[in-house]
Design a protein around this ligand. Structure first.
Ligand code: GLU
Length: 319
């Protein structure tokens, strides 16, 4: 029998806010109620966006909330050699190539139809441009990024929460970056390698990452990685304007509430209420949430962080 395992995978790019906290909490409750192992993994690859001290802060936030893990995986920043070997393999089988396009090159060359706010389909400019890394280096005098060559294919999977998913990566995504010009693996490459190394069977995360999943499935196939995880994409917490909860909606960082002596129990009460586990906002503890946890209660629509939520948390301010 396989032992199920999941991961809590924070990026230390800043402190946790209510939205991240809710996803981590649900991941935790799902795992603990089903007996899965929980691995903590620090996703500290995103060079310039990593903030000094943020990893420690994130751990403090998770522990304060009452989350625990069975093991901690190696931080991504320590695993460069492993990611590089995967890149070399993909280049050797003709499925990855160096790309010297700048962001503005890509935007200029891309045809508009599939371009949206977050993503421009790469038009394939460098696909056959450079025979090798050396020629790319010589041609541009700068380190290239590497893209995965995406062939015409369909990616389908059954999301355990969001239901059936269908993607056409060549049309919707195009060749995407798997290695950045700063010689760091991209999130997409690192995540699939790490999930396989840790034996992750269940990936639970917010549904803003749903478009990443077909990219990750393609990489798992090409690198013959196992196990192939099941995915649970949960709705996001958004501000009253419908946009993903962020600074513009006020300070919703856990550290902010902690600094005002709002108790973790009060916070859990809001997160539990948002998740359909409590009828009203009221302080609670992890034992009660574990007892009440039912994946069927989690609303399928995004949660809107409202004035009532803020008032409930503020009522817990001391001093
Ligand atoms: N590190 C990512 C984040 O904090 C999560 C990645 C994942 O769950 O695959 O958004």
């Amino acid at each position: 029998m396989i032992r199920h395992a999941t991961r809590l995978a924070p990026s230390p790019t800043g402190a946790l806010h209510l939205g991240n906290a809710r996803t981590f909490l649900l991941n935790y409750l799902l795992a603990r109620t089903r007996g899965w192992r929980i691995i903590l993994r620090m996703e500290d690859l995103d060079g310039p966006r990593i903030k000094p001290g943020a990893a420690t802060e994130v751990l403090t936030d998770l522990e304060w909330l009452g989350l625990e893990w069975d093991d901690r995986a190696m931080d991504q920043s320590q695993r460069g050699v492993i990611y590089q070997a995967a890149l070399e393999h993909l280049v050797a089988i003709g499925r990855a190539y160096p790309c010297t396009c700048s962001r503005s090159d890509v935007e200029r060359a891309a045809s508009a139809p599939h371009a949206d706010e977050h993503h421009v389909v790469y038009p394939g400019t460098c696909r056959r441009r450079w025979g090798s890394l050396e020629s790319a280096l010589a041609g541009k005098r700068q380190a290239p990024a590497f893209r995965l060559l995406v062939q015409e294919t369909q990616v389908e999977f059954e999301d355990m929460f969001a239901g059936p998913q269908h993607f056409e990566p060549a049309r919707d995504i195009g060749d995407f970056v798997i290695y950045k010009a700063n010689l760091e693996a991209s999130y997409q490459l690192a995540v699939v390698i790490d999930d396989a190394s840790s034996g992750i069977t269940d990936v639970v995360r917010a549904d803003d990452l749903l478009p990443s999943t077909p990219r990750q499935i393609l990489l798992q196939e090409l690198l013959s990685l196992t196990p192939r995880p099941r995915y649970w994409h949960l709705p996001l917490v958004v501000g009253p304007d419908g946009r993903r909860l962020a600074k513009r909606h006020g300070d919703s960082r856990l550290s902010h509430y902690r600094a005002h002596d709002v108790s973790a129990h009060r916070l859990l009460g809001l997160l539990g209420y948002w998740s359909g586990l409590l009828e009203e906002r009221q302080p609670t503890d992890m034992a009660e949430l574990l007892e009440r946890f039912d994946i069927g209660c989690i609303p399928v629509k995004p949660i809107v962080y409202s004035a009532e939520d803020e008032a409930y948390l503020t009522a817990g301010h001391k001093g």
